[in-house]
Design a protein around this ligand. Sequence first.
Ligand code: ADP
Ligand code: MG
Length: 320
Amino acid sequence: DQLISQIAAGEVVERPSAVVKELLENALDAGATQITIRLEEGGVKRIAISDNGRGIAPEQLPLALARHATSKIASLTDLENVATLGFRGEALASIASVAAVSITTRTADAAHAWQIVGSHQGTVAPSSGPCGTTIDVQDLYFNTPARRKFLKSEQTEYGHCAEVVRRIALARPDVSFSLTHNGRTIDHWNVCEMARRSSQILGNDFAEARLPIDESAGPLRLHGYAGLPTASKARADGQFFYVNGRYVRDKLLVHAVRAAYQDVLHGDRFPSYVLALDLDPALVDVNVHPSKIEVRFRDSRAVHQFVFHAVQRSLAATSA
Ligand code: ADP
Ligand code: MG
């Protein structure tokens, strides 16, 4: 059972940044508007994420760490309409099988916080702290040396963690994020508008040369900003696409955007963009891989055409 957990954990938490992603998604699912991420040694030594979300009731705490326990799906039909980011109920259990985990949490109606340490078999004890949840993950892979060997340098692992935070923060300007590494504050983004959050994250070049996009057709809506190629540097890491709020790196979508840029601007450089596609959750399958970075559309041709034309029209409108 422990072995099965550790194998499953390898899928879900292949490196520190995967832990950061799962914990951030949980915080957002809990309705947090303020999230603090503290990392030590690239996340390998410690990943502690605090949120001001709704918290976990003490009787639910062991369940949060149990495999396949999720509070987010009530029935099988819900699987078809996944609106929350997490829905498998295996992330925390997996993380707890390969690291030392503690959860400290307090709901709005509780007189004080509660804490559980270790696994779902750990005892739930009174604790102190504000409303919301802190999940503290220490010594990742301490009990699975084979996996630990695959970790890269502290700086590389930190870079992956920071990228995950950027992706999520970019989609959620309505939430404040603060990121520290080895005790130093690296990023702090207050609640703001999308225009501001995207220039904070993508830089002033992007802020000065970008087109707002907001187009709808039937069940599809594409909104965000398409950056224009500027005289200054084009960043290879400045392309962000979201489907129903979830960051994805999907060949079909990347191709549609790239084709639109080429059609209008004929350049070979690929500018930054932040685009969000929203559609009926029943028209898209996000349950294809534990890392959930790729998606499958019911009608991929229609999605491709819609994204292509939406980007093409906005680019053409200003370059005309
Ligand atoms: P999933 O997100 O797929 O439901 P997880 O293993 O990530 O599974 O989390 C298990 C459960 O723990 C969640 O369904 C939720 O009820 C609870 N939980 C986890 N993190 C938080 C959090 N930050 N705030 C409130 N509840 C949480
Ligand atoms: Mg989750």
